[in-house]
Design a protein. Structure first.
Length: 276
């Protein structure tokens, strides 16, 4: 695992969010605090409805919390204006969503070129060259001329992932990036995200249900009922400086309420940092 510097790149403090009104009001997050570090691939897991996607949206600046603060790369993102937030995301953040959000009239190369030319001010040929390189990495070199209507679900997901990779962002947020892929291509995507963290120093937060991703992760955040129940470090190291209040516990099986089979495929010597 890459060794993270002392200063976190993303700090979320006492994050709370609810939806609905009156008797229909439901709590999605109930006071979650989390630190994410450069060079670290973090995996967020938990049952459906546990608040994973809500937390990702708040940390990435897409959803305003009812309470709490988020400091990202040293800036309070919820103290920014809407225009400042958009500029920050354009410059620093890459997103991979469950939905593909592709432009129907553009082929695969053009989807990626658009990011390079308008998001990164690349020239035409520079953007085209990088777009082709990224598509080749994702196994789509022979599909680069296809439009979304001509692609399978897995192919569209890989194009969406390639679009995020075009920017080489400092912060990566991925919501179920392998859900539409077979494991051969899903593993490749996870390797690319881990490489972005370990080799380029990016901060990567991935929401997923697939326990096969655990061995690739530097830390696994477990959410349940809108609360952070614990953090597992698959290689036995926290990836950030120890704090006096940290309490660690040895574990032999999987995440709290999780999938032991998937965990047993991972590395040994793990430990659990209790937060609740």
């Amino acid at each position: 695992m890459a060794v993270s510097p002392q200063k976190s790149s993303i700090e979320g403090r006492d994050l709370r969010r609810a939806f609905g009104q009156g008797t229909m009001r439901s709590t999605a997050l109930a006071g979650v605090s989390v630190d994410l570090y450069p060079g670290q691939f973090s995996l967020m897991m938990g049952p459906s409805g546990s608040g994973k996607s809500t937390l990702l949206a708040i940390l990435s600046g897409l959803l305003r919390p009812d309470q709490g603060k988020v400091h990202s790369l040293g800036q309070d993102i919820w103290a920014m204006s809407e225009g400042q937030q958009e500029a920050f995301r354009l410059r620093h953040v890459g997103f991979i969503f469950q939905g593909y959000n592709l432009f129907g009239a553009f082929n695969a190369v053009q989807q990626l070129e658009l990011v390079g030319r308008w998001g990164m001010s690349m020239g035409f040929w520079e953007a085209r060259k990088k777009a082709r390189q990224v598509l080749d990495m994702l196994g789509l070199g022979k599909k680069k001329h296809l439009r979304p209507s001509e692609m399978s679900g897995g192919e569209k997901q890989r194009v969406a992932i390639g679009r995020a990779l075009m920017k080489d962002p400092e912060l990566f947020f991925a919501d179920e990036p392998t859900s539409a892929l077979d494991w051969a291509h899903g593993e490749q995507v996870i390797e690319l995200l881990r490489s972005a963290a370990h080799e380029r120093g990016a901060t990567v937060l991935c929401v997923a249900h697939d326990s096969r991703i655990i061995p690739y992760s530097d830390q696994v955040l477990h959410l349940e009922d809108g609360q952070l129940k614990g953090v597992v470090y698959p290689d036995g190291k926290s990836g950030r400086p120890e704090r006096e209040e940290d309490k660690t516990h040895s574990i032999k099986s999987g995440l709290p309420g999780g999938d032991d089979e998937g965990w047993n495929k991972g590395r040994t010597g793990s430990r659990l940092y209790r937060t609740a």
